[in-house]
Write a protein that binds this ligand. Sequence first.
Ligand code: TYD
Length: 152
Amino acid sequence: MKNCEFVKLIEFAQHGDERGHLVVAECGEDIPFEVKRIFYIYGSSADVIRGQHANQKTKFLLLNVAGTSKVRVKICGGGWDVYDLNRPYMGLYLPAMVWKEMYDFSPNSVLLVLASEHYDPDEYIRSYDEFIKINKGNGYGENSIVKTINRK
Ligand code: TYD
């Protein structure tokens, strides 16, 4: 198995006082890449599944700055991990070449995404079969283990 840089949850520093909370994410320290682009997703209903693609170059950090959502990722070794994004100080780091699906959006969900690259539609792999084919033998493409682990 090669090419297995793992998905991970990252906790950002919180500076709370009687005025409220302030969360800090520093590039190069908390965020393991330089941010070139941000976008955010809101107004997606609970039954919508977004994503359903992998990016060949771009690394992402996803965090629900408001509300909640879930992210399902195909992991090295063939299984799936599910992450609950339900705290505005927890970010989910996705290396390149990870198949991801975002779903179960709460009505007030604002899913903020920080990206390491500018938008390039050509670096997207939007076919799951193609993703498996491309990654055959490198860990992410193994389809044999069918399991889902819920990470909190
Ligand atoms: P899409 O990739 O379908 O969103 P998701 O992964 O959340 O399901 O993107 C929706 C639309 O927005 C599509 O027309 C492409 C466009 N888009 C940009 O123009 N720039 C971007 O940085 C992103 C992420 C999407």
